[in-house]
Design a protein around this ligand. Structure first.
Ligand code: GLU
Length: 474
């Protein structure tokens, strides 16, 4: 145990978020009453329900926590994991409030969770459990297009969201906006292109924006761009997989280690992420993967020498027990809360730059916002303007051709193409990630009293929430 760990016990996840919040508000001029109002979680609903399965009644415990209703609906995922508890759900709900405010997604913050190990149940059993949980939340308006809109999180995905949407529709047969009651649905159930990859894509866009600022790169003791950077990823779930895939396939970064629940794979030449993902799907873990060296102690990967560390699994993995051994130059928090408040202090003193969760993993909720807008407008993005755009581009190419200007076939093909839904989603996400980074870094760079990007992110977010509350007369 390090000296820091001996001196101060590790706070709970909820407390950790409060500590970070408190650090930020101590630099703001908020009235004490308003500060308290923004910090506290408005309500947490706990439900215990029974489902008859395998010949007996099983009782499940679930939560839906609403942190802040300064904007409605409130938004945030539903997590299925054995470790789900009230403290965790409330911490995650608070992070949703600040995340949405920072990236200007017009929602309050919420989060839900069900204590369950999804791998222990067959698909039809999981469907019954999910529908029953959804029923309990829907009847209390804790799932509702204008009140509370869940999305996927750890242990849930498109399939669960489709069940929830269908459950809502069955209970609200005349609600024309019913698909907007949940996001992260499959495309054929009212989803949007690019949502599954959105959080990983957001991590990629966040890193690209970071590397557009040489001063910030220098702060992290690096030079140049993303190409050639050595990356370590912890957790190859939906977020970690997409981030690792895009960074290695599109930006020339090398993923030199991937840590998973059963160990880590290390390869200095760079890991083939697609092949590793296939191996995990087939065998249930990374052990036995031929494209790298296996290490049983997966957590050691967090302490490897590298340029960029991407914790993409769950909260608290970088804590008082290992923070002083972390050697990455830059950490981007793809998961929610992977660095505890105590570890955050240690990393800052070591000069490690952290791109904080409320910004780094906001890609998911950003594309959820686009999906919700699509559902409410009942039309897919690009449907009205795509061909019109193409016709105008054709007009210009014809005119240039007539004037004898020689344009390559490749240029003409690319230029002619009007934007479809996926391109528009990516453009909206890229814009959101760039703008939010710039707002955050301005505060970080311009204010002497702001020590890092996390405090800057909280400052931007809390300021937005405070303005909403003031506008409401609080
Ligand atoms: N669960 C994701 C998160 O933590 C997505 C939330 C959403 O799309 O509402 O940000």
């Amino acid at each position: 145990m390090s000296a820091a760990a001996a001196a101060a016990p590790e706070p709970s996840f909820r407390h950790s978020v409060d500590i970070m919040f408190n650090r930020a508000v101590s630099l703001m001029d908020l009235s004490p009453g308003l500060e308290e109002k923004i910090r506290v979680c408005n309500a947490t609903y706990t439900v215990r329900f029974g489902v008859r399965l395998r010949g007996r009644v099983h009782t499940f415990t679930g939560y839906r926590s609403v942190h802040s209703e300064h904007m409605e609906p409130v938004k945030g995922g539903i997590r299925f994991a054995q470790s789900v508890n009230q403290d965790e759900v409330e911490a995650l709900a608070a992070l949703m409030t600040f995340k949405c405010a920072l990236v200007e997604a017009p929602f309050g913050g919420s989060k839900g969770g069900l204590c369950i190990d999804p791998r222990q149940w067959e698909e039809d059993e999981l469907e019954r459990i999910t529908r029953r949980f959804a029923f309990e939340l829907i009847k209390r308006d804790l799932i509702h297009p204008s009140q509370n809109v869940p999305a996927p999180d750890m242990g849930t995905g498109e399939r669960e969201m489709a069940w929830i949407a269908d459950q809502y529709r069955r209970m609200n047969t005349t609600d024309i906006d019913s698909p907007a009651c949940v996001t992260g649905k499959p495309l054929d159930a009212g989803g949007i292109l690019g949502r599954v990859e959105a959080t990983g894509r957001g991590v990629q866009y966040a890193l690209r924006e970071f590397f557009r600022h040489p001063e910030d790169v220098a702060w992290a003791n690096m030079t140049g761009g993303l190409s050639g950077k050595r990356v370590v990823v912890q957790g190859l779930g939906n977020v970690g997989y997409h981030a690792a895939k895009f960074l290695s396939e599109e930006d020339g970064a090398g993923v030199i280690a991937v840590a998973e629940h059963d160990g880590a794979i290390i390869n200095d030449e760079g890991i083939d992420i697609e092949a590793l993902r296939t191996h995990i799907a087939e065998t249930g873990g990374v052990r036995g993967f031929a494209g790298g060296t296996y290490r049983a102690d997966g957590h050691a990967a967090l302490e490897m020498e590298c340029d960029i560390l991407i914790p993409a699994a769950m909260e608290g993995v970088i804590n008082l027990s290992n923070a002083d051994r972390v050697k990455a130059r830059l950490i981007i928090e793809a998961a929610n809360g992977p660095i505890t408040a105590g570890a955050d202090e240690i990393l800052r003193k070591k000069g490690i730059v952290v791109i904080p969760d409320l910004y780094a993993n906001a890609g998911g909720v950003t594309v959820s916002y686009f999906e919700w807008v699509k559902n409410l407008s009942h039309i897919r993005f690009g449907r009205m303007e795509r061909r019109r755009e193409e016709a105008r581009h054709q007009l210009l190419l014809d005119e240039l051709g007539g004037a004898g200007v020689n344009l390559s076939a490749e240029f003409q093909r690319k230029y002619l193409q009007g934007a479809d839904e996926l391109e528009l989603v990516r453009s909206g996400l890229d814009d959101t990630m760039r703008e939010a980074y710039q707002r955050m870094r301005e505060v970080w760079r311009e204010r002497q009293d702001v020590p890092d990007l996390r405090i800057a992110a909280y400052l931007c977010a809390i300021d937005k929430v405070a303005k909403s509350y003031r506008a409401l007369g609080l």
